[in-house]
Design a protein around this ligand. Structure first.
Ligand code: FEO
Length: 177
């Protein structure tokens, strides 16, 4: 059974993951409107992947005799000046999510909850990958100064990102790259 304090914090993190999905969907809408279809596809896929993260937390709480409680979702930003600003905000958001995961890990240690700690290990590794992938896109945008032919090439590449898949044994599998 999960400690009520941890249950509350896990639920707050569920809200953060749902907000992530909402934010990336808003970014997808902006990218569509701007003509950056590859960025839009990448963001839509990212929005779906965030919901698979929600699903993991949801199931973990149920397994530990806790309960997922859903709260209101904040309104995300609607506009960005360009693709570089979009990816910069994405990186900052992922850094914020990583901080949230790290705080949960520390809290689980304080409560001596090794099961929750083991569950969070997956997220610790996932955040390393998410930050690295976004930083890589941002670096390449900076190389091409975020415009022209270089921007279109990055846009085409982002259009190839695979959707998350579901494995009956392993559950949801994301595809950050
Ligand atoms: Fe679920 Fe992008 O962190």
């Amino acid at each position: 059974m999960i400690d009520p304090t941890l249950e509350t914090k896990f639920n707050q993190h569920i809200n953060k993951e749902i907000y992530s999905s909402y934010l990336y969907l808003s970014m997808a809408a902006w990218a569509d409107h701007t003509g950056l279809r590859g960025f839009s596809h990448w963001m839509r896929t990212q929005a779906m992947e965030e919901l698979t993260h929600v699903s993991r937390f949801f199931d973990f709480l149920t397994d530990r005799d806790g309960r997922a409680r859903l709260a209101a979702i904040a309104e995300p930003p609607q506009d960005w000046s360009d693709a570089t600003a979009l990816m910069r905000d994405t990186l900052n958001h992922e850094l914020e999510v990583s901080r949230g995961i790290n705080e949960l890990v520390s809290l689980c240690r304080e409560h001596n909850d090794h099961a929750a700690g083991a569950f969070l290990d997956w997220f610790v590794k996932e955040q390393v990958e998410e930050e690295a992938v976004v930083k890589d896109i941002l670096d390449r945008l900076n190389i091409v100064k975020g415009e022209g032919q270089g921007l279109l090439m990055i846009d085409q590449e982002l259009a190839t990102r695979a959707l998350p898949t579901y494995d009956p044994t392993l559950g949801w599998l994301g595809n950050t790259r």
